[in-house]
Design a protein around this ligand. Structure first.
Ligand code: 1CP
Length: 364
C-alpha cells in the first residue's frame, strides 16, 4: 500500500490507510485514531506538561509539542497523528488573552461582549501570531518521517464564538444565544471573521505539512435545526469552499465533526467535505445508509466504553464495524475525546481490536 503512492514529492507514507479511507479507496484494515489521543490519560504526557509549565507553554514549545504528539503513537499502532495544539489558539491570537485555571478549563481575560468588541477584532496572520502552531506542524511532520499522516485542525466558527462570547466553557450558552437572537448582525460579523481566520489558519497548516484537516464543531448541537444551518453550518461550508484541497501531489481530505449533529448528516455531507465525524448518539449503519457514497464516516464509539473490560470493548468495536459493513470509507474513532482517567491499556485494546476485527470487511 505504501509502494503505490511512493513518489518524488516527499509524500510517500509507510501507512496511508487513514487518507485512503477518507477517500474511500481500498484499505487492508480499518484505520483508527482517537480524539484527544495526546493528553492527561498518559503519564508521559503529564510529565512533559510539567516540564513545559502550563498548557499554552507546551503548545508554544516546538520540541515538547512534537514530543507529546508522538507519545500515543509510540504506545499504540495508530494510523494518524494529530497536531498537539488547541482550538482556542485563534481567539488567543485575536487578543482575547487565553488562560487556563487548574481544573476549570479555558478562560478569556477579554471576552467579546458587544458589537463594538466584534468590530475591533482582526483576522490573525497564521505565520505571525500563530507561527508557533506552524512550527509545530513542520517539526511533527519531520519527526513522523512518513510513518503516518498528520492531521491539522481548527474549531468551527460557532464553537470558537461560544468560548469568545461566554468567556470560557459554558453549559447553557446564554450569552452567545443572546447575541444570536438579540443582535444577529453582530454575531454574523464575528462568525464571518472567524471563518476567514480558520481558512487562513488551516491553509497555513496544510502548507506547513498537515495532510488532512478536521473542523471541530463541539457546540453546534446546542442549536435548533434552523439556527444550526444559519450560525454554524453556513460558516463551515464557507471554510470547506476556501480550503486548499490538494498539496504535495495528494488530496487533502477535510472532515467536519458536529457533536450531537447526527440529525443533520445529509446537510453536513452536502458542504463538499470528504468525511463527517459522528458521535455515539447515532447508529453508524443508519448514518451510512443516509450518506451513501457521498462522504466517508469517522467514529463512533462512546469514549466511556474505554472504562469497560477488554471483552466488552472488543464487542463494541465488533458491533460498530458490523454496522458500517463491508468496504472502505470508515475511519474508526471515539465519538468524542478520550477521558483523562481511562487506563492506557484499554486504549491499546481498542486500537488492536479495530485492526484485528476489521480484516474480514476489507477482503477483495
Ligand atoms: O491540562 C491540560 O493538559 C490541558 C488539556 C487540554 C488538551 C490536552 C486542552 C485544554 N486542550 C488539549 C489539546 C487538544 N484540544 C487537542 C490536541 C490533540 C489530540 O487530540 O491529541 C485537540 C484536537 C483539542 C481540541 C479542542 N479544545 C476542542 C474540540 C474537540 C473537543 O474535545 O470537543 C475543544 C472544545 C477544546 C477546548 C478545550 N481546550 C482544553 C479543554 C479542557 C477544552 C474543553 C473545555 C470545555 O469542555 O469547554
Amino acid at each position: 500500500m505504501a509502494g503505490d503512492s511512493a513518489n518524488k514529492t516527499g509524500t510517500d507514507l509507510k501507512n496511508d490507510r487513514y487518507l485512503r479511507a477518507l477517500m474511500k479507496q481500498p484499505v487492508d484494515v480499518t484505520p483508527v485514531w482517537m480524539m484527544r489521543q495526546a493528553g492527561r490519560y498518559l503519564p508521559e504526557y503529564k510529565q512533559t506538561r510539567a516540564v513545559a509549565g502550563d498548557f499554552m507553554a507546551l503548545c508554544k514549545n516546538t520540541e515538547l509539542a512534537t514530543e507529546v504528539t508522538l507519545q500515543p503513537l509510540r504506545r499504540f499502532p495508530l494510523d494518524a497523528a494529530i497536531l498537539f495544539s488547541d482550538i482556542l489558539t485563534i481567539p488567543d491570537a485575536m487578543g482575547l488573552g487565553l488562560y487556563f485555571e487548574t481544573g476549570e478549563g479555558p478562560k478569556f481575560k477579554r471576552p467579546v461582549q458587544s458589537r463594538a468588541d466584534v468590530e475591533k477584532l482582526g483576522v490573525p496572520d497564521p505565520e505571525h501570531e500563530l507561527q508557533y502552531v506552524m512550527n509545530a506542524v513542520r517539526s511533527i511532520r519531520k519527526a513522523l518521517n512518513g510513518d503516518v499522516p498528520l492531521i491539522g485542525f481548527s474549531g468551527s466558527p460557532w464553537t470558537l464564538a461560544t468560548y469568545m462570547v461566554e468567556g470560557g466553557s459554558s453549559k447553557a450558552f446564554t450569552k452567545i444565544k443572546k447575541m444570536a437572537f438579540a443582535d444577529p448582525a453582530a454575531l454574523h460579523t464575528l462568525l464571518d471573521k472567524l471563518a476567514d481566520a480558520v481558512i487562513l489558519y488551516l491553509n497555513a497548516q496544510i502548507a506547513a505539512g498537515a495532510q488532512s484537516v478536521m473542523v471541530f464543531d463541539t457546540w453546534g448541537g446546542v442549536l435548533s435545526p434552523r439556527d444550526y444551518k444559519l450560525f454554524s453550518l453556513q460558516y463551515m461550508h464557507k471554510i470547506v469552499d476556501g480550503l486548499t484541497r490538494e498539496n504535495e501531489g495528494r488530496k487533502v481530505p477535510v472532515t467536519l465533526f458536529t457533536k450531537n449533529g447526527g440529525m443533520w448528516l445529509e446537510s453536513i455531507a452536502a458542504t463538499g467535505c470528504d468525511a463527517v465525524g459522528l458521535d455515539w448518539t447515532i447508529d453508524i449503519a443508519d448514518a451510512r445508509k443516509r450518506v451513501g457514497d457521498k462522504v466517508a464516516l469517522q467514529g463512533n464509539m462512546d469514549p466511556s466504553m474505554l472504562y469497560a473490560q477488554p471483552a466488552r470493548i472488543q464487542q463494541e468495536v465488533s458491533d460498530i464495524l458490523a454496522g458500517y459493513g463491508y468496504g472502505s470509507g470508515h475511519v474508526f474513532n471515539l465519538g468524542h475525546g478520550i477521558h483523562l482517567d481511562v487506563p492506557p491499556e484499554n486504549a491499546g485494546v481498542f486500537v488492536e481490536a479495530v485492526h484485528h476485527l476489521s480484516k474480514p470487511y476489507h477482503q477483495k
